[in-house]
Design a protein around this ligand. Sequence first.
Ligand code: GLN
Length: 488
Amino acid sequence: MLAYDTLLAARDAVRSKKISSVELTRQALDRIDKIEPRILAFNSLFADRALEQAKDVDAGKRTGPLAGVPIALKDNLCTSHGTTTCSSRMLENFRAPYDATIVKKLEAAGAVIVGKTNLDEFAMGSSTENSAFKTTRNPWDTARVPGGSSGGSAAALAAGMCCASIGSDTGGSIRQPASLCGVVGLKPTYGRVSRYGLVAFASSLDQIGPFGWNVPDCALLMNVISGRDPKDATSVDQAVPDYLKQLDEPLKGLRIGIAREYQLAAGMDPQVKSAVDAATKKYQELGAQLVDVSLPHTEYGIAAYYVIAPCEASSNLARYDGVHFGHRTKDPVKDIIELFSKSRAEGFGEEVQRRIMIGTYALSSGYYDAYYLRALKIRALIKRDFDQAFEKCDVILCPTSPTPAFKAGEKTGDPLQMYLCDVFTVTCNIAGIAGISLPCGFTTGPKPLPIGLQLLGPTFGEEKLLRIARMYELTTDWHKRRPSLETN
Ligand code: GLN
């Protein structure tokens, strides 16, 4: 076990020399040794290098706001050390020639990188079952999935194998696994965090963000990773506030938006509904005013997302042809076309192939207007819905995921069921706004499963969003619960 399992506590303990970074890093590596065979959160470990980094912290050679703390990275973030696989056969042996900006920033802040975590192949999925290598297990019940696509990052944290982790979120891939694993996950506004070095899935939706045990840990990570990067033209030149500064100050006159369309979402688990209703009440007790808002185009969110994301994916993944990038078939081939098609057939898993086909179809000349263009029109309407709603409220409150963690294998035969997990998360990416998931309860039963509360805020509203999340967190102790891996 880690003597300090949260980011700020660990950072402060290292700073005040209550524990050395080497000792803390060793504890994380020992924990990984012991627990990882049952969780399968990591694609690769940077054990020796992590200990070197920790040694440098202890020697005073590396300093900064994250100095000495073990952190895990989703395996779609490029690192010049080790491999960057995206949990795909296509990139199984890929060694990136450079570090992603976020990796540079974390390391400059003194973080110790313990390894790279499993994901659904190329971040396409909601359970990590689409990984070409393995399915990560949920630390609260190892028969269940951790969510996805950043399931490895969420599970590594929840299992106590690091003090924080990084994921990416294209349609829910930080918030949904955070929800299913009982940790906090933030999807920042589009443009808040540089994506240079994030392997692209759907470029108009992808964002990188933090996982932590609590809101302050996510706030601290946001301080480090946010900001304009000349290497990512979509990153925005907007001042980065100190997200920790006023975090514990409750917001006066808080207006919480309740969207009537979210009440109607099909397939919502009754325990999720009652936990989220209880959280709503808690905010009222804290003085918040509930405001009815309407997001009338919510019902088209999934459909629009599952056109836009595959369209962009089909274009982004065209580079993996065995020549420019990626796995190359060893079979004899008669020409370049066969080389491409065989390499791609061998390198990409079923879900990735499905998305490439859907995207290519939707972008083809006869169907472009009917699908892609229409989805873009819906996108504009969804964005407008949010803009109008945020005139009336500070944040919108809803569940993160309609259900708690489901059993491994339960939805793999039915892609549509899997897509429906994303009903509450995709519109946030479609609109480019910020969203956070935090624990708000547990299911009953012998193996209680975490339930996540989602708060959505306007673009560049992270400061307020984190404060509002913190108000709830300060009056509850869900975020202090830990899975007992001894019995699960
Ligand atoms: N579950 C969604 C998908 O499969 C979202 C994935 C993500 O955010 N990367 O596309």
